[in-house]
Structure formats: structure tokens, C-alpha cells
Design a protein around this ligand. Structure first.
Ligand code: ZN
Ligand code: FE
Length: 238
């Protein structure tokens, strides 16, 4: 099992999860990079996993459906093109000796889900769309701050070693914001330096881990829903 990070649009990440003969794509913002990677690796796309309906997470779906027989899986939302299998919290589906578990994580949108890939003998991998970012979280667009807080608490309760694959490369801006909250915080300073180095080298700052996020994400460091809501509003104005 290999997880390939595919950049798309200005700052989106798509994730191609590759097994021996088949692959699954998470949040295809674009069709071409996915088709190229499938061709290069000689893989058949069997599923398209969608975290939420925003265009920058589904734009590649119609094209991928034309060129493959992949089924579209996502939350029950008519705004997701080609949706075949609506899923919700607790649903699981098998993939090449691993499985995916669905978590309801609303708040950014009103129906977002995350997918937890569980492979025996390896840390779990979380695909959380625009709910949790590296050192940040999604804006409250259609959901509520209360719902997003509950979703983030749910993700923070996953094992520390869980790998976090989020929907956008926002890490540098998120850490700049974190340093306006706690200007002398060593964890934020060191994380920013490390992120900037990776970006200079042309590398993504994903995956993070849940353990790292609990230390280096100001939104996961909040101790109450009230504090979280205030911090989210402050970030909106940043
Ligand atoms: Zn979004
Ligand atoms: Fe997005």
C-alpha cells in the first residue's frame, strides 16, 4: 500500500492510495494528474472517495467517471457529482487487505466525512478534507463552530501515530497565524522553520500525525468550545 500525494489547483492535495493492481483517489480536484499517475503505475481506479461537495474536491469526478469504472463514495449530498454510495459514521469498506472506516466530521460544510485507512501492521491514515489542516482547521462555511469543535475533538482522540492527510497546503500560513497567538511558542517556531524548508525543497508538509497536531495546532490546543470559536473567528480575520 502506497499513498501518493498529488497536488492540484493552487493548493489542494489529492491522495492516490495504491495497492498491487487497483487504486482509490481521495478528493480529486482535477482529472489529468490522476489519470497520468494511474497510467504510469498500470493501476485501475476502483473508487473515488469524497470528503465534501466543494468544487475544489470534486471537480475531477466527472472526467474520472468517464475514463474509469470507479464508484463515487461520499456523504449523502446531492451536490456530489455521480455519488453512488452515500456513507456515514461507522460504515466500513474493504480495500486490498486494508479497510476504510468513515467518520462524520461536519463543521466546515454541513455533511463532511473523513476516512480512516486501516492497514494491519501500519499506522492508520486519516483523510480529513477541510476539517483538520496541518496546524489549522477549516473555515466554518455551512456548518457551525460547535460542530467543527466536536469533529476536531473526535479526530484528536485517534491514536497519536495516525497519519494526517488533509485537503490543502495551508501549513505555513497556519503557523504564521499560530505565532500571532503565541509569539514565543517553540513548537510553532520549529514547525514553521521545518515547513518552510520542506516547501523550499518542493515537498508537501503532509502527512502530519495526530500526536504532532495535538502539540502544534492551536485549534487542537483549545480547551473549550468557547475558546475554539473565538480562535476560529480570529483566524477568519487574519
Ligand atoms: Zn471545502
Ligand atoms: Fe477545499
Amino acid at each position: 500500500m502506497e499513498i501518493v500525494v498529488l497536488p492540484a489547483l493552487s493548493d489542494n492535495y489529492m491522495y492516490l492510495i495504491c495497492a498491487d493492481a487497483e487504486a482509490v483517489i481521495v478528493d480529486p480536484a482535477a482529472e489529468d494528474p490522476v489519470m497520468r499517475e494511474l497510467d504510469k503505475r498500470g493501476l485501475t481506479l476502483t473508487r473515488i472517495l469524497i470528503t465534501h461537495h466543494h468544487y475544489d474536491h470534486v471537480q475531477g469526478v466527472p472526467g474520472l467517471c468517464r475514463h474509469t469504472n470507479a464508484e463515487v463514495i461520499g456523504p449523502n449530498d446531492e451536490r456530489i457529482p455521480g455519488l453512488k454510495h452515500p456513507v456515514r459514521e461507522g460504515n466500513t469498506f474493504a480495500f486490498a487487505g486494508s479497510d476504510f472506516r468513515v467518520l462524520d466530521t461536519p463543521g466546515h460544510g454541513d455533511r463532511d466525512v473523513s476516512y480512516l485507512l486501516r492497514t494491519p501492521g501500519r499506522p492508520d491514515a486519516l483523510f480529513c478534507g477541510d476539517t483538520l489542516f496541518v496546524s489549522g482547521c477549516g473555515r466554518v462555511l455551512e456548518g457551525s463552530a460547535e460542530a467543527l469543535w466536536t469533529s476536531l475533538r473526535k479526530l484528536a482522540a485517534l491514536p497519536d501515530e495516525t497519519r494526517v492527510y488533509c485537503g490543502h497546503e495551508y501549513t505555513e500560513e497556519n503557523l504564521r497565524f499560530a505565532l500571532t497567538v503565541d509569539p514565543h511558542d517553540r513548537v510553532y517556531q520549529d514547525s514553521l522553520t521545518a515547513a518552510q524548508q520542506r516547501l523550499r525543497d518542493g515537498l508537501p508538509t503532509v502527512p502530519s500525525t495526530i500526536g504532532t497536531e495535538k502539540k502544534a495546532n492551536p485549534f487542537l490546543r483549545c480547551d473549550s468550545s468557547v475558546a475554539f470559536t473565538a480562535l476560529r473567528k480570529r483566524k477568519d480575520r487574519f
